[in-house]
Design a protein around this ligand. Structure first.
Ligand SMILES: NC(=O)C1=CN([C@@H]2O[C@H](COP(=O)(O)OP(=O)(O)OC[C@H]3O[C@@H](n4cnc5c(N)ncnc54)[C@H](OP(=O)(O)O)[C@@H]3O)[C@@H](O)[C@H]2O)[C@H](O)CC1
Ligand code: K
Length: 500
């Protein structure tokens, strides 16, 4: 699913109105009907306080007021006049005035702000995708007032005060429990820093013309199950283990062998044909016991990985980093691997930390290598970013200039690809923020790479499958008790992709 900018959404509106065709006022009615339907289905309260300004977001609010009233809800409307009002706003204001039982209060100063009953639901229809600057004056005070006094807030299209396409840091923004957004995600509704504002996002289909999406190119895409179904390559019944590649996982050090076990077991579960694990000699018994399906490459050093004394190019894919530590001998090993292995590598954890200490190594990375940093590792590798928008822009720019795939792990993991396109993952949950979860992801992505997926495909598919398995694990154990091994044990979710 494409993620559009505010300007592209406005173009989509226009395209729909011309090609359906439908008038602006009827499109607003359809959008507001979708919101009202959701509210009636999900909200049991009977009292609604609807706050509007005089744009089309406010217009939505007026229609919602009229429709909720027609369903015998108690409705009060508060209008903050910031302009003469759009045509759709003014038409709907006249329509609402015909309903004498709906009180419409104009807000001219803070003294007009109402006291809000505890059981009232606030509908935030102040600003939508037309917000283009920081709310100030009475608008800002109203946003703060709602945040401090209201218990249940539902934002229409986007929480007021949130810019669609760039950071709203230091803006007054409505904190909503639910955001009812039209037709598609906006970038702002996918970034961790805004999660406190958008709450639970519900994308409402308002039947914008689908042909428009073929005419528009976007930098960002949303990765959902349908997207992944197109990517996944079902197995051919006549294949043999050699058809699915031989992955090498280079992981572990004395006291951190668990990372090697987790990444190796996850790699095995990814569907790869064969897995070998390069581990320090202290880890052989551990690996052969915990992951008997994997073969071992035993480092001559007992505690850390130090020597690449075999032809590593025979492996279809190599994942390096989980638990390897940053010992000088391991650092020298990594340098040797970068020089010796020509195909895309998967680098995670301490491999990234070593790389961040050696910026001169960037040119050594095989093209289309996959880096899987969490935000702190990302900052060490590239730079500190002032906000999430800046961070994803940096990831896209670095992926493009360094010809890499960068998996920026987080609430909604973002995958930046060498083409300059970015992908927001939609699977997964907070329970996956647990030790070893990243090791599991590295194993999955390495396994997919070994099966012949491109680097971008392996990263996008791997992140989504990791999240699917994490969601299943959370269902079994709860987000608190779940551990990284449970993600591996739930990789059976891949079956859902195998059904045609
Ligand atoms: N397809 C759809 O998604 C549909 C969406 N609809 C709704 O329309 C809004 C967008 O409506 P729009 O009129 O473009 O803009 P807003 O209502 O969001 O904002 C109103 C105007 O407010 C001004 N503005 C912007 N920032 C500020 C600020 N910080 N302080 C004061 N005023 C501000 C701006 O006008 P200017 O002339 O001042 O620039 C805005 O235009 C969308 O979100 C949906 O809710 C349709 O109802 C149906 C289809
Ligand atoms: K809003």
């Amino acid at each position: 699913m494409k993620i559009l900018s505010a300007a592209q959404i406005r173009e989509w509106d226009q395209y729909t109105m011309q090609h359906e065709p439908i008038s602006p006022i009827d499109l607003m009615e359809r959008a507001a009907e979708a919101c009202t339907h959701w509210i009636l289905e999900h909200i049991s309260q009977d009292i609604f306080y609807i706050f509007c300004t005089t744009g089309n977001n406010g217009g939505d609010g007026l229609v919602i007021a009229r429709l909720l009233k027609s369903h015998n809800k108690q409705v009060k409307v508060f209008v903050l006049s910031l302009s003469a009002g759009t045509d759709c706003f003014n038409i709907n204001l006249e329509r609402l005035k015909q309903i004498s039982t709906v009180e419409i209060i104009t807000l001219k100063s803070t003294s007009d702000f109402p006291s809000i009953p505890n059981d009232a639901v606030i509908i935030d229809a102040l600003f939508g995708t037309g917000l283009n600057r920081k709310p100030e004056g009475l608008a800002a005070e109203l946003i703060h007032f709602i945040n401090h006094t209201a218990k249940h807030v539902i934002a229409i299209d986007i929480p007021s005060g949130l810019l669609c396409d760039r950071s709203s840091k230091d803006f007054p923004v409505i904190k909503a429990a639910h955001t009812l957004s039209f037709q598609c995600y906006k970038p702002a509704l996918l970034l961790p820093e805004n999660a406190v504002y958008f709450g639970n996002v519900h994308i409402l289909d308002i039947k914008l013309h689908t042909d428009f999406l073929h005419t528009v190119d976007t930098n960002y895409e949303l990765v959902d199950f349908n997207f992944i179904k197109q990517l996944y390559k079902p197995r051919n019944a006549f294949s043999h283990k050699g058809s699915f590649g031989h992955a090498l996982i280079i992981a572990g050090s004395y006291g951190k062998m668990g990372a090697a076990v987790l990444s190796t077991r996850a790699c095995l579960r990814s569907g790869v044909g064969l897995v070998s694990a390069h581990v320090p000699s202290c880890g052989v018994t551990i690996l052969q016991t915990a992951a008997p399906e994997a073969m071992c490459r035993v480092d001559r050093n007992e505690k850390v990985i130090t020597k690449l004394d075999y032809d590593v190019t025979s492996y279809s894919a190599v994942g390096v980093g989980p638990g390897i530590g940053t010992d000088s001998a391991t650092t020298a090993f990594l340098h040797h691997l970068l020089v010796a292995y020509p195909k895309p590598l998967v680098l995670d954890a301490d491999a990234l930390n070593i790389l961040s200490e050696h910026s001169e190594w960037w040119p050594l990375l095989p093209p289309h290598s996959i880096l899987t940093p969490h935000p702190k590792e990302f900052a060490r590798l590239f730079e500190e970013n002032k906000d999430d928008f800046a961070r994803i822009e940096t990831a896209l720019q670095q992926a493009r200039t360094k010809n890499l795939v960068i998996v920026l792990k987080g609430h909604r993991t973002f995958i930046a690809t060498p083409s300059g396109k970015g992908y927001f993952n939609t699977s997964g949950n907070a329970g996956m923020a647990t030790g070893g979860s990243g090791d599991v992801l590295t194993g999955i992505i390495t396994g997919l790479l070994a099966q012949g997926y491109s680097s971008s495909e392996a990263a996008i598919l791997g992140v989504y499958i990791h999240g699917m398995a994490g969601d299943q694990a959370a269902l079994h154990y709860g987000m608190g008790p779940m551990i990284a091994g449970d993600i591996i044990d739930n990789l059976s979710v891949i079956k859902q992709l195998e059904t045609v």
